[in-house]
Design a protein around this ligand. Structure first.
Ligand SMILES: Cc1cc2nc3c(=O)[nH]c(=O)nc-3n(C[C@H](O)[C@H](O)[C@H](O)COP(=O)(O)OP(=O)(O)OC[C@H]3O[C@@H](n4cnc5c(N)ncnc54)[C@H](O)[C@@H]3O)c2cc1C
Length: 469
């Protein structure tokens, strides 16, 4: 399995396009190479590919006008949120215009009575939660990076809370989207359920900018739980930790978060975040509910963990201790990069049914040991989703090749176990080769038909998700 190639024919924008954009958007349209370079990279180990120009958009109307100009001049459009994606989603492999939505950061309407909020697509998850301060409500989806809600919807993101609150798929009620012809459409509604026609909201969720540009979203909010407690528990073997997770989920204990880190990841965190966690496979838990409910959940999980050899069950009930613990968990990616100076990570993102998780992690651990690579495990294991961050020297083709082979074997293993090649990061260009393997030719033909119907000129983030025909 080779490292992904991402060279393609570039379509340079015509001088008339540049002049029309400059006239309309002034200095919020840029062709400066430093600005383009910033918009053609992500957090993956893949080499960046900058766009030809960048527009810093402020309104839905502006995005619509820009997409219309792109269509007129046959210029590809690549929406840009915060650039934290991990599979080359943003690379301008056919050139084109990056539409940066970070200036579209207004929280438009908070409706506590309906537990929902409407935001512009550039609002990040942390900006949203800061804006909700004092309302008693929160937005739970928390990818490790402070991503934009538009980008999170476009990648169908999730995070540590998904085991209790679901993913973007479950939490977006409706969106405003600019389609490939520049039309402004509304998908969904604020109703909690609807049986009205095709579910366009869910079609655009996970479409990675290949079908349209999301400019506004209405998402669900949740009351901040009356009681929250967090805990960490170390195990002498990874299998014991995984079996604790499986039993917890199978018994229906409504944990809010249950995350697994292996000994190498904990070592990296201790170094990076100055924590003093035991350097052993460790589960991070969080419980949400009433004080009694949280106590019962915690007791149930502690009993399961003890049965499986759990040690040092440590509690963090004060908000500052919990934040420190979860910040350390969220910093795990950068902490792991620190294990090998100059390294980039090939993150991997398989997800399997919970009953196959122990088997999948055990086979993967043996494979990594045999490969001689350093690949700490960090996982949203309550969902059956885990990442091995394979540390690679981006300048060493042999190292990259070994990492891609290891990653390919992880995907093949996950698919054999009825799982998926990506639980949350998406396809971009990095995982295209697995799409047919996962869905089969007939399903891919349906996806191609949808893409063609909505984007007949192939201008919306071209070359992503669907492998070349
Ligand atoms: C340290 C770290 C931890 C992470 N942890 C997680 C995790 O726990 N869970 C998880 O799911 N992901 C995780 N990620 C990956 C990343 O944060 C998510 O994929 C996130 O959803 C990307 O959002 P973004 O705003 O950065 O999008 P970008 O990277 O800017 O864009 C991603 C894709 O979405 C498209 N896009 C962006 N905005 C729009 C829009 N408004 N309309 C249409 N298309 C758009 C882009 O064209 C691109 O294809 C992590 C990344 C890092 C670096």
């Amino acid at each position: 399995m080779n490292a992904p190639r991402h060279t393609a024919r570039r379509m340079l924008p015509a001088a008339q396009f540049i002049s029309a954009m400059t006239q309309r958007f002034g200095d919020r349209f840029s062709t400066a190479s430093a600005v383009c370079a910033q918009h053609g990279k992500d957090e993956s180990s893949l080499p960046p590919v900058p766009p030809d120009a960048v527009l810093f958009a402020l309104t839905t109307q502006e995005v619509s006008e820009a997409v219309k100009l792109c269509r007129e001049h046959h210029v590809p459009v690549i929406p840009f949120g915060t650039g934290t994606s991990l599979e080359g989603h943003l690379f301008a492999i056919h050139g084109g215009l990056s539409i940066d939505l970070s200036g579209m950061n207004q929280v438009l309407a908070v409706r506590p009575e309906d537990l929902d909020v409407t935001v512009q697509a550039g609002v990040t998850r942390k900006q949203l939660n800061n804006a909700l301060h004092g309302t008693g409500l929160f937005f739970p989806i928390d990818p490790g990076a402070d991503a934009s809600l538009g980008g999170m919807a476009a990648t169908r993101a999730s995070g540590t809370n998904a085991v209790r609150y679901g993913t973007m798929r479950d939490n977006v009620l409706g969106m405003t989207v600019i389609t490939a012809d520049g039309a402004v459409i509304k998908t969904g509604s604020r109703a909690r359920k609807s049986a009205a026609g095709y579910d366009l909201t869910r079609l655009f969720i996970g479409s990675e900018g290949t079908l349209g540009v999301i400019t506004e979203l209405t998402v669900r909010l949740y009351p901040i739980p009356e009681a929250i407690s967090a805990a960490v528990c170390a195990f002498s073997a990874i299998a014991e930790a995984v079996n604790t997770v499986i039993q917890t989920i199978q018994l229906g204990v409504p944990v809010a978060r249950i995350e697994l880190l292996d000994a190498i990841a904990i070592k990296a965190i201790n170094r990076h975040s100055k924590t003093t966690l035991r350097e052993a496979p460790t589960l991070f838990f969080e419980f949400h509910g009433t004080p009694t409910g949280v106590g019962e959940q915690a007791q149930a999980v502690q009993a399961i963990a003890s049965e499986h050899g759990g040690m040092d069950f440590e509690w963090a009930t004060r908000p500052e201790d919990r934040s420190r613990l979860w910040q350390a968990r969220h910093d795990a990616y950068y902490a792991c990069l620190g294990l090998k100076p100059g390294a980039r990570a090939l993150t991997t993102d398989v997800c399997v049914p919970i009953s196959r998780l122990a088997e999948c992690i055990a086979e993967t651990a043996a494979d990594i040991a045999a490969s001689g690579m350093t690949a700490p495990l960090v996982g949203h294991v309550g969902d059956g989703n885990f990442h091995q961050a394979i540390l690679v020297d981006p300048e060493d083709p042999a190292d990259l090749e070994r990492a891609h082979r290891l990653s390919a074997r992880m995907v093949e293993r996950a698919l054999r176990m009825d799982g998926t090649c990506t639980g949350e990061h998406g396809i971009g260009i990095g995982k295209q080769k697995y799409l047919v393997l996962e869905h089969g030719d007939a399903a891919i033909s349906v996806m191609r038909a949808i893409k063609h119907a909505l984007d007949p000129d192939n201008l919306m983030n071209p070359g992503k998700i669907l492998p070349p025909a």
